[in-house]
Design a protein. Sequence first.
Length: 46
Amino acid sequence: PCKKFFANSLVTKSVVANYYFLPMVVFLIVLCLIAVQNNLKIKYCL
């Protein structure tokens, strides 16, 4: 039972980590894209 519980908790932790990690990565990528687009717009405007 202990091993089973340990395995389950590990799985839960990895699922939770992925659940929070993936949106953060996507969010950062989107932020970077927005920043790049804004920089390009600023350069073109100037």
